[in-house]
Ligand binder design. Sequence first.
Ligand code: ACO
Length: 327
Amino acid sequence: MTSLCHARIAGTGSFLPPRRLTNGDMVAMLARRGVETSDQWIVERTGIRARHFADTGVTSSDLALQAAQQALEAAGRRAEELDLIIVATSTPDMVFPSTACILQRKLGVHGCPAFDLQAVCSGFVYALAVADSMVRAGSARCALVVGAEVFSRILDFDDRTTCVLFGDGAGAVVLEASPVPGILASELHADGRHLEILCTPGTVSGGRVLGDPLLKMDGPAVFKLAVGVLESAARAVLAKAGRTEADLDWLVPHQANIRIMHSTARKLRLPADKLVATVAEHGNTSAASVPLALDVAVRSGRIRRGDTVMLEGVGGGFTWGAVLLDY
Ligand code: ACO
């Protein structure tokens, strides 16, 4: 009998809500509130040109469902075959139950473990590493790993330093047991000393919202930490897998800021055309950003079977991590 001791991505999927807002739309929307910004500032500082916002009433699990169905189809799998569902999100449908349980119900299946993972913009990388461990341990053979967010719900549209940066969306992969890797290595880290530089500090208590329920970010502090940890995580995961930068076909980093992505690619001596960048069209979709970018690159034929791909996440917590895989 062949031993299935590795995990490989069998299929990818993604979904963006149809409402697309260009920088021009944001400029007009913020102007009505007396908040000044410009297309030029947003493009020059971030690389973002547009983002998608979900309509009122559309939740993370709605976006996750569309992405999951696409990933299942690409993998040639039925929802009934899933034996694990992990949803990475910071914008869950409810306090509880988890968005993963809601997604499981929307997929029309039941029985398999389903849980959310909260690591903000590193959420998908964390979730993929956890699913990989469970597959390699033999406790799952066909896992659905999703990043889904409706960040538009937690944006402060009076704060121009944050509200122009984020968007909504979902990305998903089906991870299955395989005799060959697949996922080669992963690196996960967190440093809670930096909680305050990126947070949504509000909570629900006694039937009321306590504290501020909108996103707060010290952009320059996050920028500085991000460029350092993305390089160290990349080098550590390559060393763990016994690979070097020269083995990399693609870098799929968290899509927060094109300047951070270019800096990481430069440090790894990776040509710009090996960097998958979707931030211009998606904005920062937090946990959804890496699987969304991965799916776009797979569907456009850029990432092909056998390519070596590095996924990298960085975000609130402070959290960061990398997953190296042969696609
Ligand atoms: N429009 C016009 N001007 C603006 C805007 C805006 N939307 N936002 C800020 N400015 C102004 C500021 O007020 C400031 O003006 P001043 O010099 O007169 O004070 C000036 O632009 C520069 O502001 P900075 O904040 O220093 O701009 P910076 O170049 O650092 O860019 C940015 C800000 C884009 C947020 C950047 O710091 C960044 O990308 N940080 C990292 C974000 C990130 O990686 N997040 C990942 C994780 S996200 C998560 O986990 C949820």
